[in-house]
Design a protein. Structure first.
Length: 98
C-alpha cells in the first residue's frame, strides 16, 4: 500500500515499470500504452492483460487511479513520490542508446 513518504523504488520490477509508464504518459492510459512502454507486444491481448492486471493491483494499493472508462492515471501525489517521466523513459526499448 502506498503511504506518504514512499517512493516507487519499493515496487517490484514489473509493477514499477507499469507505474512509471503511467506517470510518463501525457494523459490517461489503457493497458495498451503501458504494455508498449515496458516492451510488451501490444497486439497480443494476453500481454496487454498482464499489464492491465498489474495496473489494477496498483490501483487497489493506492498507486494509480482508474477512471470510469477504465483508463489509468497517476494520483495527484505521484510527483511527491519521486516518480518522474525519466524513470519511464529508461523502460522503452532502445531508450538512451545511440
Amino acid at each position: 500500500m502506498w503511504r506518504p513518504g514512499i517512493g516507487e523504488e519499493v515496487l517490484s520490477g514489473a509493477y514499477r515499470e507499469v507505474f512509471a509508464a503511467v506517470v510518463a504518459a501525457s494523459g490517461p492510459v489503457n493497458g495498451v500504452e503501458p504494455a508498449r512502454a515496458v516492451g510488451r507486444e501490444a497486439e497480443i491481448k494476453n500481454e496487454v492483460e498482464k499489464i492491465r492486471h498489474r495496473a489494477y493491483v496498483l490501483e487497489k494499493r493506492g498507486w494509480l487511479v482508474r477512471a470510469e472508462d477504465g483508463r489509468f492515471t497517476p494520483p495527484p501525489e505521484a510527483a511527491a513520490r519521486d516518480a518522474s517521466p525519466a524513470s519511464a523513459e529508461r523502460l522503452r526499448p532502445g531508450a538512451g542508446t545511440a
